[in-house]
Design a protein around this ligand. Structure first.
Ligand code: SF4
Ligand code: SF4
Length: 172
């Protein structure tokens, strides 16, 4: 039983990640590097390496992962996850780490802009009269309404909007 007046300790970063969807697979990583050699992003920049991301997550290097930008460089291609011999759900772990970072107010401006587009227009990439005309040129039908009101109810219920507002303050 907790002593009165003693604050409950914040969960350790490791536990925070492993409690998220796919995060529990992180413990199976034995640092073979197959993910890094399969990653198209790691091929073009030394700033991002999925093996190192997993290593830091296991080690509980919260500050490095949450505040620094590398986790936002993943393009969600799932190459790593397809090839990991241990069944580590690397892309899902990166989503979990991004969720933790966003809730703490850390996200690159480009991602916040996309989230704001989603909240206001129901689309990550905004449309313009130019793109609508181009669609006509290619014989494509007009885009359907996005149901942005319903979407916003979901985004509010999941605290997504709150997290984006917090992150937005951080980059201003
Ligand atoms: S491929 Fe899997 S086991 Fe190997 S380093 Fe990457 S996550 Fe760990
Ligand atoms: S999902 Fe992300 S980490 Fe995995 S290979 Fe693709 S870009 Fe790299």
């Amino acid at each position: 039983m907790e002593a009165a007046g003693v604050e409950k300790q914040a969960p350790k970063f490791y536990e925070e990640v492993t409690s998220k969807l796919g995060g529990e697979t992180m413990t199976k990583c034995y640092q073979c590097g197959t993910c890094a050699s399969s990653c198209p992003v790691a091929k073009i920049t030394t700033r991002f390496n999925p093996r190192v991301v997993i290593k830091n997550a296991i080690a509980g290097n919260r500050g490095h992962i949450v505040v620094d930008e590398p986790i936002w460089l993943c393009c969600s291609c799932y190459n790593c996850q397809e090839r990991c011999p241990q069944g580590v759900e690397i892309a899902e772990i990166i989503y979990a780490l991004r969720n933790i970072a966003l809730r703490e107010g850390h996200s690159p401006k480009a991602f916040i802009d996309m989230a704001l587009n989603l909240m206001t227009q129901g689309r990550v990439v905004p449309t313009s009269s130019f793109t609508m005309k181009r669609r006509e040129t290619f014989g494509l039908p007009p885009l359907k309404e996005t149901g942005v009101e319903t979407l916003n109810k979901i985004l509010s219920a999941t605290s997504f909007k709150k997290a984006v507002e917090k992150a937005k303050e951080g980059v201003q």
